[in-house]
Design a protein around this ligand. Structure first.
Ligand SMILES: Cc1cc2nc3c(=O)[nH]c(=O)nc-3n(C[C@H](O)[C@H](O)[C@H](O)COP(=O)(O)OP(=O)(O)OC[C@H]3O[C@@H](n4cnc5c(N)ncnc54)[C@H](O)[C@@H]3O)c2cc1C
Length: 417
């Protein structure tokens, strides 16, 4: 089933009776060439690119809940390529280029909106860093514009520019950054993979990984045993637990990240805005809700909900930056489990078990990485060689310390990234 304007018109005139399910609900086969554990954004994108770009068809994605129920449907939807460190910068640049053609690629409206991102700075030192970061982005082939205070005011007049503690000095503007509809991204990749023959098995939790003579042979699941020549672990916040089924101890800690949305308001925030003196960022959804968030909850946990001190902290930061937000009513808040690495950068690599691969460590920034991660992980699974854009995401960098990508300069403490 292809989506088109003509199709929508036809369905609209004939009672919308022609739409079918977006993907099948197959029974598990006894064996597949490749099994992907985790039906989040990264797992679905991996399956899609394995089928679409490498012509592989005998693939299953095993999801313990439902498609889109994990972080891919819980994030604040920000998509950008404004990283500084070699290793990260070329990867996110690659991912943003895939985003830019994604709707045509998938024939699916993921509502990718390049409305721009402005990272504010509030001191001379922060301005220097913003200039350096902008130069690195431009050298990478991406876009960055250093705005002074009046330049920011033109885009975001509602900010408290003369705040006594944190006056706005300017901002680094990344016009190609923006947002996308997160569920639609999961659905679009799921549909694209299913159309190419991939089995999407929901309510299918992996409970064990079978290994013989140092090589993976399959998985145990709540829907029975499934044999596989290759297995990819793509389970975000549960990476440590699933890898432990293969006897692996990952350099990952799981932490909670919360987000908030207000009642729907008339359009008032055109870009994504981030505060430079506290962890607070905000955008406005197409429905009108102000979507915002802040820092991690600062303790390791697998609970998918956050604590109240962090709620207070985020609200305070919002009020400091844009006091007008105090008039909006918060409708909902929620949390997701973040797979935090010691250098705040991801892992896409083979594991010491033959045929077992891992894609994890996306911390709180893995939504923008969905197409890039799927594309690079599919390349690794299909060819056995890392994709050039993800070659630095090695698992062994945490053992030898060579090639760490500490984007934020915060050292090896997981919860500070
Ligand atoms: C509040 C919040 C805000 C965020 N904001 C942003 C943002 O603005 N921009 C950005 O780039 N990133 C953001 N992120 C991060 C981003 O959402 C994640 O990094 C990314 O979604 C993780 O990858 P995923 O989509 O594959 O994860 P998930 O959707 O969590 O997928 C993993 C899947 O694995 C499944 N699974 C786990 N264990 C098993 C098992 N044993 N067997 C079978 N299946 C299993 C889970 O059920 C889950 O569906 C945010 C995250 C949160 C929580």
């Amino acid at each position: 089933m292809r989506f088109s304007g003509l199709r929508i018109l036809k369905e609209g005139l004939t009672g919308n009776r022609g739409w079918g399910a977006h993907w099948r609900d197959p029974e598990p086969k006894p064996a597949y060439d490749i099994v992907i554990i985790g039906g989040g954004g990264h797992g679905l994108a991996t399956a899609y690119y394995l089928a679409a770009e490498h012509g592989l068809r005998n693939i299953a994605v095993l999801e313990k809940g439902y498609i889109g129920g994990g972080n891919v449907g819980r994030n604040t939807t920000i998509v950008r390529a404004n990283y500084v460190m070699p290793g990260n910068s070329e990867f996110y640049s690659h991912s943003l280029k895939l985003w830019e053609g994604l709707e045509e690629t998938l024939n699916y409206n993921v509502m990718h909106s390049q409305r721009g991102i402005i990272n504010l700075f509030h001191s001379d030192g922060q301005r220097d860093y913003a200039a350096r970061r902008g130069n690195a982005m431009v050298n990478q082939g991406d876009d960055a514009i250093l705005l002074d205070r009046e330049g920011v005011r033109k885009h975001a007049p509602y900010l408290d520019f003369d705040n006594v503690r944190f006056p706005v000095y300017g901002g680094l503007y990344h016009p190609r950054g923006g947002t996308a509809r997160h569920d639609a991204v999961a659905w679009g990749f799921a549909r694209g993979a299913d159309m190419r023959g991939v089995d999407l098995l929901q309510n299918c939790e992996v409970t064990g990984i079978d290994i013989e003579n140092g090589a993976v042979t399959g998985v145990q699941t709540t829907r029975g045993a499934i044999r596989a020549k290759k297995v990819g672990i793509v389970v975000a916040g549960r990476s440590g637990q699933v890898a432990a089924m293969a006897g692996l101890r990952l350099p990952i800690e799981s932490h909670i990240l919360q987000a908030f949305v207000t009642e729907g308001l008339k359009p008032c925030i055109d870009q994504v805005i981030t505060f430079g003196m506290g962890h607070f960022y905000i955008s406005q959804s197409d429905k009108g809700g102000l979507v915002f968030g802040g820092d991690l909850d600062m303790y390791a946990s697998y609970a998918q909900r956050g604590n109240l001190p962090l709620v207070e902290h985020v609200m305070e930061a919002g009020m400091t930056l844009m006091p007008m937000i105090g008039k909006a009513k918060v409708l909902r808040s929620w949390g997701g489990i973040m797979d935090m690495t010691p250098d705040g950068s991801p892992i896409i690599d083979k594991t010491p078990v033959d045929g077992l691969f891992i894609d994890c460590g996306w911390c709180y920034g893995g939504f923008k990485a969905v197409p890039g991660s799927g594309h690079c992980f599919a390349h690794l699974l299909a060819t056995g060689r890392p994709h050039a854009a993800a070659a630095n995401f090695r698992l062994d960098r945490f053992r030898d310390g060579i090639g760490l990508m500490d984007e934020e300069g915060t050292g090896a403490q997981h919860n500070l990234h």
